[in-house]
Structures are given as structure tokens and as C-alpha cells.
Design a protein around this ligand. Structure first.
Ligand code: FES
Ligand code: FE2
Length: 441
């Protein structure tokens, strides 16, 4: 559990809050590039870190991100006209460029200088990996954009989706970094299929470890190898990049092969959980592969644009109000464990049902919650260090983001995974020596 103070410290992200100010030191996803498909297209509303903003793509293709309320007398710029290098407010016609300069004030009388005196707030925007990223912090602290591997692969080798999750961002992140729950929530058929005297046939549990890194942490699951359970252990390493990025799947690496890739899943996965405000966050689901185009797979049917989510990422089919269309008959007939159709909706039902901001003073953690505990401890430390004048984690340009991925490696039973590869520590930018927190499930 957390104290009320610590729960507030790491969940609240509005302007002036400790975590909110720390968030503003990173490049943060504001919207998908595809939401602003062409120059002078319709502007869109953006809710980000508790601020109501409007984004537009100007005639030269650059994206502007301004507070939604006009600097003149506050009408919404969302209703404005985007044309000829700027966004014009409908009310009295003030027109802004992407830097917030006032280009025109048609109602002003001769001699007015208000156009030259007023500048609207404008957050810098850069596009990388099909996402428009905003920087909302002090300009003198603006870091270079970290070139993640997934943002640099060709566009055909990547898909990005966005879903509005109606709960605090930390609930979503904790759910993505929660090794125990898939065995039940997503694979509950195992629990149903085998009676207790055949429990050994259920999926094997695994060891869990966590190491702190300069960018956040890695959580590591070890389980007997599927190919050779007597002699090998499969070690899966999931980096977490503070404050909102969780690496899910990635390549299989050869033991002792100095990072040589031997296989891995069809696509590699990264999840980002970006606070819209304290009670809502955007889940960006990224699939990518460095060497091949992404093929649609069965999972696609659960987050279909126009069917499951609208153009802004809002859920239109399965929602808390309709109990996510849970099918109790199918549960009774053991056709499904959860009654929810599809993994994303199973996750969303659990994290949204915890309430807008879960009160972590009420929980009871076990030894399978080691990653959750480590994640919170890491975030609390990061915010406290930041409050004392330190830099947030992960902004050091020497961190090798271009190689960071979730990886799996087969290690001889009994050998520590830290010995698995001479380059592993560099590859994952692990601190030396790794400080390991362990648990099990
Ligand atoms: S409120 Fe926008 S121009 Fe007056
Ligand atoms: Fe899940």
C-alpha cells in the first residue's frame, strides 16, 4: 500500500503538481500524426497533463499546440479556421501561428499595438513514429528527442493506436507492468480447465526480479524453457522508461551471442500511458519490427477504429456503463474465463473498475506484486529527487534508446541471467552491478 501523500505525489499531473512538473520535462505524446492528416485540416482538441489545448497543422505542415482558449477573450480555438499559415479565432478574428504569435487582429482600431504585445502560449511539437510529441516544460530545459528504436523504423514496420482509458495513468501503467495477471485474467482458461489434482498442468509460475536503471527500471521474469525445461531457463527482460513507457515484447537473443537476434514474436510491442488529466489517460499501443512490415493479426479485431474506438480513441462499444458487454452465459458454459471479448477489454475493465484514481491506502500487496512495488518506489524517488533540484531520469543523451527493447534469452539452468551476455548490461543500459529486488508468482 501507499500513504495518501505518496499516492497523490505520483498520480497527480496537473500544472504545479510535482509529478506534473516532472512530466513537463519530457517529450510527451499529444496526438497521432494521422489526427492532423494534412496542412490546414480541421483543428483538434487535445487534453494533456490536465490542460485543454488545441492542435492544428499549418499551411507549411508544422503542428501548433496552443491552449484551447483564445488569448483575447477566451473563446475556444477548436472552432477556429485554419488557413494561410495560422489558426483564426471565430469570435473577433485573432489569428495565431504555430509559435503563438498573433498575426492579425481585424477588429482592432488603427493604432492598436495589442498584436505586438500579446503572445499566446505555444508548446513545441515534433513528429516521430506517427505521433506528435509536445514539450510543455521550461524551454531552457528542453531535451533532444530520444530516438527510440520504434520511432526510427520505416512506417510500414510500425502500427500505432490510441485508446482513451478512463482512469488515472498509473493504474494503466501498473497493469501493463504486472507479470502475474495474464495467467488469470487473460489465460484463465487454464484455471478452469484443470481441477486441483491436475494443478501441475497449469502454466508454470515464474521468478520475478527488478533492477533500477538510469532511465527507470527493468523487470525480469524467469521460467523454465519451453524447449528444454530441465536444462534451460527463459529470461524475459522488460525495460520501463520513465515516466510512461513500458516495453512488452521483443527479440530473442542468443546466449553468449553478443546481442545476436535468434527470433522472437511477429511484432515487438511498446505501450505508452499518457495522462490526459488525473482521471483519464491515453494508451498508445505500438507494434513494430526493425526488419519487416507489420501484418494485421487476430488482436486487431478488438480495437477496430469505427467499431470499438472512435477517431479520438474514445471507446464506443464496450464501456463501464454497459459492463463492457461481459457475457455471463459464456462464463458459465466455460467458453471464456472473463466474459470480456479480447485482451485489451479485459485490461480496461479491471483498471477502470478501480475508480478514477485508486486509493492505494486500501490495498493488500503480496509477493507477486514486486514489480508494482518497485515501480512506485522508483517513481517516488524520481519525483523527490526532482523536487530537490535533480534532473528527471532518462534524459541523459548517452542512454542507448536506439537499442532498447523487451528481450528474451535462454540461459543454462543455474546461471545468473546477468551473465547471459557480455553486452547485455550495455544493451539495456543496466547500472553496474544491477541491484536486484526479487519475488515470485
Ligand atoms: S475571443 Fe478570440 S478573437 Fe476574441
Ligand atoms: Fe493485461
Amino acid at each position: 500500500m501507499l500513504s495518501k501523500e505518496d499516492n497523490e505525489l505520483i498520480t497527480r499531473v496537473g500544472p504545479g503538481t510535482p509529478m506534473g512538473e516532472m512530466y513537463r520535462r519530457y517529450w510527451v505524446p499529444a496526438c497521432l500524426s494521422s489526427e492532423l492528416p494534412e496542412p490546414d485540416c480541421d483543428p483538434i482538441r487535445v487534453r494533456l497533463l490536465g490542460e485543454s489545448l488545441v492542435a492544428f497543422r499549418a499551411t507549411d505542415g508544422r503542428i501548433g499546440l496552443l491552449p484551447e482558449n483564445c488569448a483575447h477573450r477566451g473563446a475556444s480555438l477548436f472552432f477556429g479556421r485554419c488557413e494561410e499559415g495560422g489558426l483564426r479565432c471565430l469570435y473577433h478574428g485573432w489569428k495565431y501561428d504555430v509559435e503563438g504569435n498573433v498575426l492579425d487582429t481585424p477588429c482592432e482600431l488603427p493604432g492598436s499595438v495589442v498584436k505586438d504585445r500579446v503572445k499566446h502560449v505555444a508548446y513545441p511539437v515534433q513528429e516521430h513514429g506517427d505521433i506528435a510529441w509536445a514539450y510543455m516544460g521550461p524551454l531552457e530545459k528542453m531535451p533532444a528527442f530520444p530516438e527510440f528504436q520504434w520511432t526510427t523504423v520505416p512506417a510500414t514496420n510500425r502500427t500505432v493506436k490510441k485508446v482513451l482509458e478512463e482512469c488515472n495513468w498509473l493504474q494503466s501503467l501498473e497493469g501493463a507492468m504486472d507479470p502475474p495477471h495474464p495467467m488469470v485474467l487473460h489465460d484463465g482458461r487454464d484455471v478452469m480447465r484443470y481441477p486441483d489434482d491436475q494443478a501441475h498442468l497449469r502454466r508454470q509460475g515464474s521468478g520475478l526480479e527488478v533492477v533500477d536503471t538510469r532511465y527507470g527500471l527493468c523487470h525480469i521474469a524467469t521460467r523454465p524453457s519451453a524447449q528444454d525445461p530441465e536444462r534451460s531457463v527463459a529470461v524475459t527482460i522488460h525495460p520501463f522508461v520513465a515516466p510512461f513507457t513500458s516495453y512488452i515484447t521483443g527479440p530473442a537473443i542468443e546466449f553468449g551471442g553478443r546481442g545476436a537476434i535468434t527470433g522472437g514474436p511477429q511484432h515487438w510491442g511498446v505501450h505508452l500511458f499518457v495522462p490526459a488529466d488525473d482521471h483519464n489517460n491515453y494508451y498508445y499501443e505500438v507494434r513494430y519490427h526493425p526488419a519487416k512490415a507489420i501484418e494485421p493479426d487476430d488482436e486487431e479485431r478488438f480495437l477496430v477504429p469505427g467499431v470499438d474506438i472512435d477517431g479520438t480513441g474514445r471507446k464506443i462499444k464496450r464501456r463501464l456503463e454497459n459492463d463492457y458487454l461481459q457475457d455471463r452465459d459464456a462464463m458459465r458454459a466455460k467458453r471464456t474465463f472473463s466474459g470480456f471479448d479480447g485482451k485489451p477489454h479485459e485490461d480496461i475493465a479491471m483498471i477502470e473498475s478501480m475508480g478514477p484514481i485508486y486509493d492505494r491506502t486500501k490495498e493488500h500487496l503480496g509477493n507477486s506484486d514486486v514489480v508494482t512495488i518497485a515501480l512506485r518506489r522508483r517513481l517516488i524517488k524520481a519525483v523527490r529527487d526532482f523536487l530537490e533540484g535533480g534532473d528527471p531520469p532518462g534524459l541523459d543523451p548517452s542512454i542507448p534508446y536506439e537499442s532498447l527493447a523487451g528481450i528474451t534469452i535462454e540461459v543454462p539452468a543455474g546461471a545468473p541471467w546477468t551473465d547471459a551476455d557480455a553486452d547485455l548490461a550495455d544493451y539495456l543500459a543496466l547500472d553496474e552491478p544491477p541491484k536486484v529486488a526479487a519475488g515470485q508468482r
